[in-house]
Design a protein around this ligand. Structure first.
Ligand code: UDP
Ligand code: GLC
Ligand code: MN
Length: 231
């Protein structure tokens, strides 16, 4: 029984995020494997750096929604290629996985996530009846993979990315038993700091996984604004 953290980097920019993510997982002494999916757009140099810290690096083909209209609704024309995430269901060498976006950072050990059932995720702060697809627990399965690809071809995605697709694929997520709904501390989207600073002051120390959503990522330098609120 092998379990793994899985992430995705289709290019060098996100590979930098993936590197930091892997180091953060090592720092909290996870007992699970670390797997990164890359495409052939990742340079040899970054690939070698990834190989040094991940247990496994696999090369996947880019899958793109080719859906600029819906991507415009989330102002992220760059996210069509997040359909590439679907490849994570093909990693059947693992019995259970936790997918983490490359823009997440694990700040405390969160290995207990592997006790969660397939499929588990945390609410999206923009529409909490849906889940955010930056962190999810799942069981790799070729059958599920093929069903997802078929579903994508037939229905597309309401946001042009994987999140719109996965929410339509698991439409009853909100009503599943509570074990399927991850607490916010496992996918603390940084923007949420601003909307409820008092809650951050009260619960922020419990945070285990931070998710830096938005086009500006922390590795882009000082222009990337992801700050904790001043108390
Ligand atoms: N991603 C990628 N290449 C891209 C865009 C996205 O590899 O060009 C992957 C990466 O793992 C990233 C995830 O897809 O973390 C989702 O994109 P992002 O985190 O930027 O979306 P957000 O969380 O900001 O909505
Ligand atoms: C979201 C998620 C991200 C996903 C994107 C596109 O905001 O954070 O993981 O790739 O939407 O669907
Ligand atoms: Mn993200």
């Amino acid at each position: 029984m092998t379990e793994a953290w899985v992430t995705l980097a289709t290019n060098d920019d996100y590979a930098r995020g993936a590197l930091v993510l892997a180091h953060s997982l090592r720092r909290v002494n996870t007992t699970r494997k670390l797997h990164v999916m890359i495409t052939n757009q990742v340079s040899v140099r970054l690939r070698q750096e990834l190989e040094a810290v991940f247990d496994a690096v696999s090369v996947v083909d880019v899958m793109d929604s080719n859906d600029p209209e819906n991507l415009a609704l989330i102002s992220r024309p760059d996210l069509g290629c997040t359909f590439t995430k679907l490849n994570c269901w093909r990693l059947t060498q693992y019995t259970k996985c936790v997918f983490l976006d490359a823009d997440t950072l694990v700040v405390q050990n969160a290995d207990e996530l592997f006790d969660r059932p397939d499929f588990s995720a945390a609410a999206d702060i923009g529409w909490p009846d849906t889940f955010n697809s930056g962190v999810f627990v799942y069981a790799p399965s070729l059958e599920t993979y093929h069903r997802l690809v078929e579903f994508a071809v037939e229905h597309g995605s309401f946001d042009g990315g994987d999140q719109g697709l996965l929410n339509e694929f698991y439409p009853d997520w909100r009503d599943l038993p509570s074990a399927h709904r991850l607490p916010f501390i496992y996918n603390m989207t940084a923007g949420a700091f601003y909307t409820y600073p008092a809650a951050y002051k009260r619960y922020g120390k419990d945070t285990k996984i931070v998710h830096f959503i938005g086009a500006q990522k922390p590795w882009h330098g000082s222009s990337a604004v992801h700050q904790v609120p001043l108390s």
